[in-house]
Design a protein around this ligand. Structure first.
Ligand code: ZN
Length: 243
C-alpha cells in the first residue's frame, strides 16, 4: 500500500489540489496529520475534498481552535482573526468532521500525530533534543508528525537516545531501515522553511521507502481570495516567502 502523507493544509485549496495532481496515481490511501483549516481562505473546500479521498486524519491545534476547544488568546492577533473567520465560515457538517478527528493513530510500524508523540496537539519538534525526548513516548519504529511546517527526518542513532536531524533529499528514496525515526513531511498550505513550495511525502509500506517532495503552486490565486475575505496581510504575504 502506498500512502500519500500530508499535513498542515491550512485551508489552502490551491496548494492541496496541486499536490493531489502531482501525486495522482501514486498512492492508495491518505494520512493527513492535521491542521486542515486555519490561516487560509478555503476551509470548507479543503475538508470536503479530503472527505472524498480514502484517508485517515489527525486533529491539529488549528482544527481544535476552529472548534472553540482552545483559548485563542494564546494565538497572535493575526492567527486569532483567522480563527474567528474560520469559525464563522465552516459549515456545521464540516465542523462535525473536525470534531471527530483523533489525536493519535497507530498503524503497523507507524505512529501518527499532529505535533509530537508526548503532546499530540501542541509540542513543536524543532530540534534533535526535543525529538530525543519524544522517542520514549511511542512504541512503533517510526512516527510521522506535522505542526512545525518544516520537512525533516530525526533519527535515534544509539541506545542512549542520541538523535540527529537531517534535511530531506527531495524526490530521493529514503529507506526506513529499522532505526527509530520521527519524520515531518512539511506543510501543504503554509511552508515555513523559507521555501514557498508545497511539501508532502509518499510512503510505500511494502518496501519501507519514504520520499519527501516539493511542488510549486499558484500562490497569487490563494492570496487573492485571502484579500477578498480581508484576512490579515501578514498571513497573505508569508505564503510567498515560505515563512
Ligand atoms: Zn499548522
Amino acid at each position: 500500500m502506498r500512502i500519500l502523507i500530508i499535513s498542515d493544509i491550512h485551508a489552502n485549496y490551491t496548494a492541496f489540489e496541486t499536490v493531489l495532481k502531482d501525486a495522482e496515481g501514486q498512492w492508495d490511501f491518505v494520512w493527513c496529520l492535521g491542521d486542515v483549516v486555519g490561516y487560509g481562505p478555503d476551509p470548507n473546500e479543503c475538508v470536503e475534498k479530503l472527505k472524498t479521498l480514502p484517508h485517515l486524519c489527525l486533529a491539529g491545534n488549528h482544527d481544535w481552535a476552529a472548534l472553540g476547544r482552545l483559548d485563542v488568546r494564546t494565538f497572535n492577533p493575526d492567527a486569532r482573526r483567522a480563527v474567528e473567520w474560520t469559525q464563522d465560515t465552516l459549515t456545521p457538517e464540516n465542523t462535525k468532521f473536525l470534531e471527530a478527528l483523533p489525536v493519535t493513530f497507530v498503524i503497523g510500524d507507524y505512529t501518527l500525530v499532529h505535533a509530537s508523540p508526548r503532546e499530540p496537539v501542541w509540542e513543536y519538534i524543532l530540534e534533535p533534543l526535543i525529538a530525543a525526548l519524544n522517542f520514549p513516548h511511542f512504541e512503533t519504529p517510526y512516527c510521522f508528525v506535522g505542526h512545525t511546517h518544516q520537512p525533516v527526518i530525526y533519527t535515534m542513532v544509539d541506545e542512549n537516545g542520541d538523535t540527529h536531524s537531517a534535511q530531506p533529499q527531495y524526490n530521493q528514496p529514503h529507506h526506513l531501515n529499522g532505526k527509530r525515526q520521527i519524520i515531518n513531511p512539511g506543510s501543504i498550505g503554509q511552508p515555513r522553511d523559507q521555501n514557498p513550495k508545497s511539501a508532502y511525502g509518499i510512503l510505500d509500506m511494502e518496501t519501507g521507502v519514504f520520499e519527501h517532495r516539493r511542488i510549486p503552486y499558484d500562490i497569487g490565486d490563494v492570496q487573492e481570495r485571502m484579500r477578498n475575505y480581508k484576512l490579515p496581510e501578514r498571513l497573505i504575504s508569508r505564503l510567498e516567502h515560505g515563512l
